[in-house]
Design a protein around this ligand. Sequence first.
Ligand code: ACO
Length: 332
Amino acid sequence: MINGGAGVAFIGSGSAQLETALSNDMLSRVVDTSDEWISTRTGIRQRHVANGEESLASLAAQAAQRAISAANLTPGDIDLIVLATSTPDDLFGTACQVQAAIGATSAVAFDLTAACSGFVFGVVTAAQFIRTGTYQTVLVIGADLLSRWVDWQDRTTCVLFGDGAGAVVMQACDRDRLLGFEIHSDGSMNGCLNLAYTAAAAPLTDEISTQKGTFTAITMNGREVYRFAVSRVPEVLEKTLFHAGLAADDIDWLILHQANQRILDAVAKRLKLPNERLVSNMAKHGNTSAASIPIALDEWVRTGKVLPGQKIAMSGFGAGLTWGAALLEWGR
Ligand code: ACO
């Protein structure tokens, strides 16, 4: 804990419920794939997709409201909203729309972009504001609608991703429950995973050409990302545990970004963590990017698996490339 600052507690979680489920079988009618290929290579059986009426802001607001209720607070108690997303409704930011939708009139709100590491980066960012005494109560939301940006004809990517939102409320407290964290970036590997803007020249006057462009669908070098994840994720978790003076065996729950069951299993094996402590819901949701960790956390909290006082290790990894880990104790 920083001198003169406060500790951080994790006091409530929430997630949004999306109606529309897209099964592997349904997807195999859109693109040349099969339930067998997808489930054996990734562990994914279905994903949820936002329908025409749902927006990033509406899903994020739903998750936020549930987290605030679970924390026994009202929206007016929130000082800061950090919305981790790579798929905003508005490139100027979507967090303020969420602030208005939930009526968090005292909160300052901003977006944070770190792809699938976004939620962990958001938790770390929130903790800085709390530890320095700047804010008391912070809402961190992870929300993504990757279905907007997948190429439904590219079977190497479209089978992986889904939509969702999850949130957590963090609050200042005497004893610090954020036991450790590490966050990292390696831009030299940026080309492995992109949702990139492509510019086109747009002549304005005889002398000046501006640009007008579009974002192109997600592209990914799956094998490189896989190799990156299975080496960096155990490493960052081991470092975080070491600096917190803890061993892997002290972790009650390991919540990794839900990218691929094989990645999760490889990380748990390297940490010698029994499979019962490895949280996985990707069969139901696929890879929901910044939303995957808070959705998994909320499902485990609401079903009574995560109990107050238990230790949770989280790790996010993805585009950037970015990766990070946070070690926390759940509850007030
Ligand atoms: N259905 C059927 N066949 C397919 C599909 C599909 N959906 N996708 C690929 N194939 C085929 C390929 O064309 C290839 O065929 P070929 O041998 O005839 O050329 C074969 O299956 C093997 O393809 P690989 O790419 O080698 O498959 P791999 O075992 O590496 O699995 C996967 C691919 C699942 C993408 C894996 O590499 C992976 O999970 N990587 C990590 C990706 C990840 O986690 N990304 C998210 C990061 S988070 C973020 O920031 C968004």
